[in-house]
Design a protein around this ligand. Structure first.
Ligand code: 8YV
Length: 316
């Protein structure tokens, strides 16, 4: 059985295909639409058994405390750093995420941004639209990918996807993880600063949360140096954004592509104005295909749980 009578709270407006399937299986209450969310939670408290949310929104301890019959938080994201995990454990609430189904699209964007940075694609596009173009040498030369080293911070499943793609473009691979992997022969560096000193493009694919807070700081950026590029595509908290802005505006690194931000969706004006920066709106997994797969996995976890089966992708 799929739990037709089970009531869940949605914390975001899911894409239509996901919203439709969620409603086919559950009674769904849109908390994000309520003018008075506390009042809505109070009214729903006796009946709600599930929460459906996304990575950037997560779920607070307050929401968990307001829903005494909550059994599961199903998160439409691989990263659950915005879910208060200690509170979930305290309230004995299961948390699920959507790993793997997004690996390819996030790795695609990581490498797409690397190409865009080195070949200067956004500025070249702006040039053709807006600047006088008279001779074949009017636009400055860009940089090749081949022979450069991609330094992956967080060589997990998405990191491996980015590494394989970059190899297809002739790049060498190096990485930093908390510990060395014995199943790859890429160069390993025990600290982000050592990796930064030994790569041309540093791509951040490690999880967010306290363990990686400001892992990329001034020292790491200085080790990356004036010919080095940064691609930030996991969580904004991994980078000390003030240090990054300072390094970019003073050309202490060559450039950065950022899909995630420390205080998302706020983006510092200095980044918006910098020519050596590419900005995208946290869209690594944001394709129709991947988001549909993430939505299905989020719902499959809810269905499994409310059918008395083990969930498919639990976060411990
Ligand atoms: C999404 C993400 O942007 O999976 C993650 O951890 O950051 C992304 O896939 C988003 O959270 C979708 O809900």
């Amino acid at each position: 059985m799929s739990g037709n009578q089970v009531e869940v709270v949605a914390l975001i407006d899911f894409p239509e295909v996901t919203d439709k399937r969620l409603r086919e299986n559950f009674v769904v209450h849109n908390l994000y639409e309520a003018d008075d969310q506390a009042a809505m939670l109070k009214e729903l408290a006796p009946r709600v058994r599930g929460v459906a949310t996304m990575g950037q929104i997560g779920c607070t301890a307050e929401i968990m405390a307001a829903l005494p019959n909550l059994e599961i938080i199903s998160c439409y994201a691989v990263g659950v750093d915005a879910v208060d995990m200690p509170a979930a454990r305290e309230h004995d609430v299961i948390v699920t995420n959507t790993p793997d189904v997004l690996n390819d699209c996030v790795a695609d964007l990581a490498v797409g941004l690397t190409i865009s940075l080195l070949r200067d694609i956004p500025n070249a596009d702006h040039f053709v639209r807006n600047e006088p173009w008279y001779t074949p040498t009017d636009y400055p030369l860009t940089r090749a990918l081949g022979g450069k080293t991609l330094g992956v911070v967080g060589l997990g499943r998405i990191g491996m996807g980015a590494a394989k793609r970059a190899q297809a473009f002739g790049m060498n691979i190096a990485y930093h993880n908390r510990s060395k992997r014995d199943d790859v022969d890429f160069a390993y560096y025990a600290s982000p600063a050592e990796l930064a000193a030994n790569c041309d493009v540093m791509v951040l694919l490690c999880p967010g949360g306290p363990a990686t807070q400001h892992l990329i700081d001034k020292d790491v950026l200085d080790a990356l140096g004036p010919d080095g590029f940064l691609v930030s595509i996991s969580r904004g908290t991994v980078v000390d954004e003030a240090a990054l802005v300072d390094a970019l505006v003073n050309n202490r690194i060559a450039g950065a592509a950022m899909d995630v931000f420390e205080h998302e969706p706020q983006v510092p004006d200095a980044l918006k104005q910098a020519r050596n920066v590419i900005l995208t709106p946290h869209m690594g997994s944001g394709t129709r295909e991947t988001r549909a797969a993430m939505g299905n996995l989020m719902i499959d976890n809810l269905i499994a749980h409310f059918s008395g089966k083990p969930v498919l992708t639990r976060v411990e």
